[in-house]
Design a protein around this ligand. Structure first.
Ligand code: PEP
Ligand code: MG
Length: 580
């Protein structure tokens, strides 16, 4: 009988295939008592399993050098857990004290740790309980004698491309092996929009739905499934008509993807001959090949704070310099916009880091981004010197996040001058004329834009934060996610005002928030006068496709009229017409 499950679509596309149920090893563990003489053997078995999983992770890290940045970060987190005494020493103590089997001891300790993680207020830290479960799952599978890879082996006679993995949860390591195995899709019972698995699925473009609650218990091995990763829907045992309809949509999506690839080398220009620059947002140097592959003309936003995350120490000048140099060299002469670290909000420092305690209670409104940089001059100098040193290898632009005050720019420029003069003193080469730009992501900055236009070489609008601060919606709070509205008239007014003011002042302006990568908004932005977009690499060709079909001159008056509209319903209608 056909039925439908609803979850969270975390990665678009459609997949059709047969269900392959993944075992959930931690649920299979039984409690066994071992004799006194077997205790040491049980501990040795535990140590051996941990060592095997660690070396598997290390091998995986090596083989994924060009994989998305998140990937190696997850492997690092899992490896870190396998070095944590809480997860490694405690089970040994439990085996000895309770004379039990290694699997059971490990599951007991895992439950303890998961309970501790659940106490955290911070949603990111709370979600790390999933990492604990995932890494324990791997060790348990090793102990039970069926390592993860084996659990994913397809049945004889069925091609992997026709299989949909159904799991309670997947570890990032499992997702990596998807690359080798070419499964059609995966769906899981748990996981949210910000779970590691979801982020990974997106960056690997595997259609996927998470948070289905009980898919694993409702779906049987071999059942036909349709996965709609866009709408978060899973249809089990569909009838012929539904199957045909989805097959048709799937073919259309694939055709569009193939067609888009042909646009990679075509000039990004509107019908009326206006050049539109399409840049990539990246988080780590390993993202550079993906940016080039996506057809980026440069890097519009390098979120350098990712170099600082998930570690107890700070990257020193040399490490940062190497990272920036790698990106600049990788981009082969194309411009690279390096944003100074935006730490303190959702991207919190490791609790062991020396400045962690200086970031206070309401992080989004507190000492974040440039505020933290100016409060930590040493840390800021280290970064500025590293960026300047890398500027010798290609065109680098410096971007300052979260500006609200003119004096923040003045102080930043003074700090930059200090870094330059120290390098001059040391006779180290750098680009003397490095351009300095500012992120417009606080409504105050958008409204008093003149202050910024007079002091900066370029602007970049961070719509993710601009929406958060304009609408007073915490961008990481799921409970108010429905109120986070990029099309709110106030947001559109601020965007239009910033873009047209910059145009009048002859200061280049880009948009680098998520809105820039939404093809449904490309025509709206072009009509506002935007000529530089920066987005996730996977979106570039979709946006280029819109650019190529647009007439910017004709769009301008239509968009001006549209922006006079305040009623949300009418605005949406007008946007639909604009895209029709
Ligand atoms: C933004 O705020 O839109 C932005 C691009 O920066 P981040 O998402 O890193 O805050
Ligand atoms: Mg921002």
């Amino acid at each position: 009988m056909s039925f439908t499950l609803h979850g969270l679509g975390v990665s678009g596309g459609i997949a059709i295939g047969r269900a392959l149920l993944m075992s959930h090893a931690t649920l299979e563990v039984s409690h066994l008592t071992v004799g006194p003489r077997m205790v040491d053997r049980e501990i040795a078995r535990f140590d051996q399993a941990v060592a095997t999983v660690k070396s598997e992770l290390a091998a995986m890290k090596e083989s994924t050098e060009h994989a998305p940045a998140e990937l190696s970060a997850f492997i690092d987190i899992h490896t870190m857990f396998l070095e944590d005494p809480e997860l490694i020493d405690k089970p040994r103590e439990i085996i000895r004290a309770r004379r039990c089997n290694a699997e059971w001891a490990l599951v007991q300790q895992m439950e303890q740790l998961v309970a501790q993680f659940e106490q955290f207020d911070d949603p990111y830290l709370r979600e790390r309980k999933l990492d604990v479960r995932q890494v324990v799952e791997r060790v348990i599978k090793e102990l039970l004698g069926h390592p993860s890879r084996a659990a994913m082996k397809a049945d004889k006679g069925l091609k992997e491309e026709t299989l949909v993995v159904v799991a309670h949860d997947l570890s990032p390591a499992d997702v990596i092996s998807f690359k080798e195995h070419r499964f059609a899709s995966f769906i899981t019972d748990v996981g949210g929009a910000t779970s590691h698995t979801a982020i990974l699925a997106r960056s690997m473009a595997i259609p996927s739905v998470v948070g289905l609650s009980n898919a694993r218990s409702l779906i049987r091995d071999g059942e036909v499934l349709i996965i709609d990763g866009m709408r978060g829907v899973v249809i089990i045992d569909p009838d012929e008509r539904v199957l045909e309809e989805y097959q048709l949509r799937k073919n259309q999506i694939e055709l569009e993807k193939t067609k888009l690839k042909r646009l990679k080398n075509s000039k990004s220009q509107t019908i009326d001959g206006i050049d539109v620059a399409l840049y990539a947002n990246i988080e780590l140097p390993v993202d550079t090949p993906e940016a080039l592959e996506g057809g980026a003309e440069g890097i519009g936003l390098f979120r350098t704070e990712f170099l600082f995350l998930d570690r107890g120490d700070m990257p020193d000048e040399q490490e940062q310099y190497e990272a920036y140099k790698k990106v600049v060299k990788g981009m082969g002469g194309r411009p690279v916009t390096i944003r100074t670290f935006d730490l303190g909000n959702d991207k919190d420092l490791h609790p062991d880091s020396s400045v962690h305690d200086r970031v206070k209670t309401n992080p989004a409104l507190g000492r974040r981004a440039i505020r933290l940089s100016l409060a930590e001059p040493q840390m800021f100098q280290t970064q500025l010197r590293a960026i300047l040193r890398a500027s010798k290898f290609g065109p680098i632009k410096l971007l300052i996040p979260m500006l609200a005050h003119a004096h923040e720019i003045d102080q930043t420029l003074a700090a930059l001058e200090q870094a330059k003069s120290s390098l001059r003193g040391e006779k180290v080469a750098f680009d003397e004329d490095i351009q300095v730009g500012g992120m417009i992501e606080i409504p105050a900055a958008a409204l008093a834009i003149g202050l910024f236009l007079r002091r900066l070489d370029f602007l970049s609008i961070g719509t993710n934060d601009l929406i958060q601060y304009t609408l007073a919606i915490d961008r990481s709070d799921e409970q108010v996610a429905s109120l986070y509205d990029p099309l709110h008239p106030a947001v559109l007014m601020l965007l239009a005002h910033t873009i047209s003011s910059a145009e009048k002042a002859n200061v280049p302006v880009s948009v680098c928030g998520e809105m820039a990568g939404d093809p449904l908004l490309t025509r709206l932005f072009l009509g506002m006068g935007l000529r530089i977009f920066s987005m996730h690499p996977s979106q570039i060709l979709k946006v280029k496709n819109r650019v190529l079909k647009a007439n910017a001159g004709e769009l301008a008056p239509t968009v001006r009229r549209m922006l006079r509209q305040e009623e949300p319903g009418k605005l949406r209608e007008a946007l639909e017409k604009l895209n029709a």
